[in-house]
Design a protein around this ligand. Structure first.
Ligand code: FES
Ligand code: CO
Length: 340
C-alpha cells in the first residue's frame, strides 16, 4: 500500500509534533506527502495550512507569524488561520479576492501533541484512558523520523515473535522463541489484543525502569491498534507498575515515518527518573529501528504468492492488512503498489 496514494488515509488524525515546538514559531511538516505549515495563535488555537504560497509557491514555513497570521517570507502576502490572504503589502488599498487563499486543514492539540486530519475524519483522535486517570504521569520519549513504512512499525508492535530475537540484548530470551497466535478482538477502527509474556530485563537502567530485583518478570500486555498507524501498549508488571506506551507512526511519505512516542506510568519521578524510563525504551526502540529500516517500506495488503510468507504469530499484522484492504474497498479505492 503506497500511503501517499490512498486518499482514505487522509481521513484520520495523526500526531505530527509536540505542541511545545510551536512555541518556537511556525513549523513545517510533511504528512502523507502533503507539505503543511503549523502555528499557534495568541489564544492557543492551532492553525494548519498547505505549505505553499499561492503567489509563487514559496514555503510559508519559511516566513513568520504576525498577529496570528502567517506572512510569506518571499513577498509578504499574509494569510489568516483559515487560509485567506488578508494582506498584500505591495497593494495595500486594493481589495483582495477570495481566490487568493491557501488550503486549510484541521488541527487540534491533545495529550501535548498537535494532531492533523487532512480530510474529513472518519474517526476521532485515539482515546487514551491513562491520560485522564489520577496517579499517572506522562513522559515524552521520542520524536524522530525513521526510514520505514508506517505499517511496518504497527505490525511489529503486535508481533510477539520478534521479541526473543530483535530484543535479545534487552528483554528478549532466544531460549524461548515459541509464541502462539495472539487473540485479537476487532472493533470498527482497530483491535485489542492481550497476552502475558515472561521477560528478562538486563542492565542497570532496565532494572530501574521495571523496578524488579532480579530482572526476571512477567509482563501482562494489553495492546490496542488504532487504525491506521497508532497503538497503545499497556504493560502491567506483577508488583503493580504500569507502563503504557503510546506510539504513533505518522506517515510523512512512502518511505519515511515520524515516530512519536510517549508513556504514562503509575509511579513517580522519585521511584524512577524519567531519564531512566526513556533510556530503557531507547535501547529497545533502537533494536526495532535497525531491523525495521532493513525491511521494504511498502507493506503489501494482499500478498501475492511468495512475496512475503507468514507464520501464526503474524496474525495481528495480517488482520491489519485485511482491515485496511476492506477500508480501501469501502471507499472505492484499490491498493496502490510498486514503489515509484
Ligand atoms: Fe509568497 Fe510571493 S511567493 S508572497
Ligand atoms: Co520491538
Amino acid at each position: 500500500m503506497i500511503v501517499t496514494k490512498q486518499a482514505v488515509l487522509r481521513r484520520f488524525w495523526y500526531a505530527v509534533m509536540p505542541v511545545s515546538l510551536l512555541d518556537e514559531g511556525q513549523q513545517g511538516f510533511t504528512l502523507l506527502g502533503e507539505k503543511i505549515v503549523l502555528w499557534k495563535t495568541a489564544e492557543g488555537k492551532i492553525a494548519c495550512l498547505q505549505d505553499r504560497c499561492c503567489h509563487r509557491t514559496a514555503k510559508l514555513s519559511l516566513g513568520f507569524v504576525e498577529n496570528d497570521n502567517i506572512v510569506c517570507g518571499y513577498h509578504g502576502w499574509t494569510f489568516d488561520t483559515a487560509g485567506a490572504c488578508v494582506r498584500m503589502p505591495q497593494r495595500p488599498d486594493e481589495p483582495i479576492s477570495a481566490k487568493h487563499c491557501v488550503k486549510a486543514f484541521r488541527a487540534e492539540e491533545k495529550y501535548g501533541y498537535v494532531w492533523v486530519a487532512l480530510d474529513d475524519p472518519l474517526t476521532g483522535i485515539p482515546e487514551i484512558p491513562e491520560a485522564a486517570l489520577p496517579g499517572f504521569r506522562q513522559v515524552p520519549e521520542f520524536y524522530e523520523p525513521w526510514k520505514i513504512g508506517a505499517l511496518r512499525l504497527m505490525e511489529n508492535s503486535f508481533d510477539s515473535a520478534h521479541v526473543a530475537y530483535v530484543h535479545r540484548e534487552t528483554f528478549g530470551d532466544v531460549a524461548q522463541p515459541e509464541v502462539g497466535a495472539r487473540e485479537v478482538e476487532v472493533s470498527d477502527f482497530g483491535f485489542d489484543s492481550a497476552y502475558d509474556s515472561p521477560v528478562v530485563v538486563r542492565g542497570d537502567t532496565a532494572q530501574k525502569a521495571v523496578v524488579t530485583a532480579d530482572g526476571r518478570t512477567v509482563r501482562h500486555t494489553h495492546s490496542t491498534w488504532y487504525m491506521p498507524f497508532a497503538r497503545r501498549t499497556a504493560i502491567r508488571y506483577p508488583h503493580g507498575l504500569q507502563h503504557v506506551l503510546i506510539t504513533c507512526a505518522t506517515p510523512m511519505d512512502n518511505g519515511n515515518t515520524m515516530v512519536v512516542q510517549w508513556v504514562y506510568r503509575n509511579d513517580t519521578e522519585a521511584d524512577v527518573a524519567s531519564a531512566d524510563v526513556v533510556a530503557f525504551d531507547r535501547a529497545v526502540t533502537l533494536e526495532d529501528q535497525l531491523i525495521l529500516e532493513s525491511c521494504e517500506p511498502d507493506v503489501p495488503l494482499s500478498t501475492q504468492d511468495g512475496e512475503e510468507l507468514h507464520m501464526p504469530s503474524d496474525r495481528p499484522g495480517l488482520i491489519m492488512r485485511r482491515m485496511l484492504s476492506q477500508l480501501l474497498r469501502e471507499h472505492g479505492e484499490t491498493e496502490q503498489r510498486a514503489f515509484a
